[in-house]
Unconditional design. Structure first.
Length: 199
């Protein structure tokens, strides 16, 4: 039984590896090729942190990013965002600035970290880490270079966003009473496209 839910969003351009990261982290599963789904989709994973069983609800944009149709509903009740770009695709890093702006217009209080995915493809690198580190310093955001394929830095990245969200909830006294949070538990199962409504 989980004590509390953390709603974490995966945001970034199409093909940066959002779905792959989610599947690898939740199921330790990576597929070289699969068709993207359309609609909102989330998976859950129980994560033990500081004695709390935290239910991570990890939301994937599941293809919608292509149509720029992500609505404010997607951000509703979110706790944290993983902004993701692809280190082999410069445009995907440029895109992060727009995604950040868009999310801040909707909710400026969310915890955020930045992921440069596909770091296993270092030979094809198109975005230098030093440049992103400078961007991160200016924007006060942590950077992790990850590989969903080779399972590099995924645990570390998720641990960091959990730490940040945990601290925020702690400061708001939302963690004191474990019974309080049990009312937030909604559904253990993976919600698939058709019946998945963004909470
Ligand atoms: P998206 O959900 O952001 O749109 P996907 O991205 O998870 O669908 O991934 C897009 C493509 O990138 C997929 O390849 C996937 O296998 C690949 N990919 C995702 N993460 C990594 C990674 O860390 N390293 C490498 N090398 N590839 C990755 P296809 O061939 O299906 O387009
Ligand atoms: Mg996807």
């Amino acid at each position: 039984m989980a004590d509390i839910i953390f709603k974490i969003l995966l945001v970034g351009d199409a093909s940066v590896g959002k779905t792959s990261l989610m599947l690898k982290f939740v199921d330790n599963h990576f597929e070289n090729s699969y068709s993207s789904t359309i609609g909102l989709d989330y998976q859950t994973k129980i994560y033990n942190y500081k004695g709390y069983n935290i239910k991570l609800q990890i939301w994937d944009t599941a293809g919608q990013e292509r149509f720029h149709s992500i609505t404010s509903n997607f951000f509703h009740n979110a706790d944290g965002i993983l902004f993701i770009y692809d280190i082999t695709n410069r445009n995907s890093f440029e895109g992060i600035k727009n995604w950040m702006k868009e999310s801040e217009e909707i909710d400026n209080s969310l915890q955020k970290i930045l992921l440069g995915n596909k770091c296993d493809l270092n030979d094809s690198r198109d975005v230098q880490k030093e440049e992103v580190e400078k961007f991160c310093n200016e924007n006060n955001i942590d950077l992790f270079e990850t590989s969903a394929k080779d399972n590099i830095n995924l645990e570390e990245a998720f641990k960091r966003i959990i730490e940040l969200v945990f601290k925020t909830k702690e400061a708001q006294n939302l963690l004191k009473n474990k019974d309080l949070s049990s009312s937030l538990i909604i559904n253990d199962n993976i919600k698939k496209n058709n019946n998945a409504k963004c909470c």
